[in-house]
Design a protein around this ligand. Structure first.
Ligand SMILES: [Fe+2]
Length: 251
């Protein structure tokens, strides 16, 4: 006889499976079409409900019940449904712990061992360089402003790609997975396997976005990617020098 939590998780998993069928049918993961607010039939949800559903999703992920693609798809739905105009949500943002660096401001809304979520704000004069979030699925929803986003995958990650570069251990080749302009209400996803390497450039003076990671990535495990050419922005493949977080003290 399953205990209460197990039954809840089974119900959750069933709901995820139903939802995933719909998502897979439309090939929505990394969809080139912007997903607009209210594209789901369900009513808006408040911050308390969004937060608890995200926490349950993270717990299900930590239990190994669902795939990272399902985590990303389900998390996107919660972000899409969240009523960001409510007094409750605005109060949560006002009360958020703030941190940042030269690239972004981070207002932390939820963080534990399974999840990290908050609002990321970037400025037009400071693009966020290519970097990754190893092992994490990420979901973002634009709140205000517009941003250009690039997502890449490392070609032949982990095998002979570096040997082709004359033995240079730091050079990797990236292949473009997605390049989009995101506007308020638009969402974007990454998973550990798809589009995990990304860069952002605000097209308005400032751009703010809800940003959730399940599970939270280890900051010390993050890598940064410096393109070998300055004009990489419209390229399908980009050779980069890859270096670890420890060698990138600016973020
Ligand atoms: Fe990032």
């Amino acid at each position: 006889m399953p205990d209460l939590m197990t039954r809840r998780e089974l119900l959750l998993t069933t709901a995820f499976a139903l939802f995933t069928g719909r998502v897979n049918a439309s090939n929505a993961l990394l969809d080139s079409q912007s997903q607009q607010l209210n594209s789901y039939p369900d009513a808006a949800i408040n911050w308390t409900k969004c937060r608890s559903q995200m926490a349950a999703l993270a717990k299900a992920n930590a239990s190994g019940l669902i795939s990272q693609q399902t985590v990303a798809a389900q998390g996107r739905m919660y972000l899409t449904q969240l009523d960001i105009e409510s007094a409750e949500f605005k109060h949560a943002v006002d009360a958020a712990y703030e941190s940042g660096n030269q690239y972004w401001l981070w207002q932390r809304l939820i963080k534990d061992s399974n999840i990290n979520g908050g609002i990321l704000s970037i400025n037009n004069d400071q693009p966020v360089p290519l970097h990754d979030h190893p092992g994490a699925s990420g979901m973002l929803r634009i709140i205000s402003g517009e941003t250009e986003v690039w997502q890449f995958d490392e070609i032949n990650s982990g095998n002979n790609s570096r040997e082709k570069n004359g033995g240079d251990q730091d050079i990797v080749e990236l292949e473009l997975a997605m390049h989009r302009v995101l506007k308020p209400g638009d969402v974007a996803l990454l998973t550990p396997e798809q589009g995990n390497i990304h860069a952002l450039r605000a097209l308005t003076a400032q751009c703010s976005m809800l940003d959730f990671f399940i599970p939270p990535y280890e900051r010390s495990q993050r890598s940064w990617y410096k393109p070998l050419t300055n004009n990489w922005f419209d390229k399908e493949k980009v050779a980069c020098r890859k270096f670890p977080q420890a060698e990138f003290p600016r973020a």
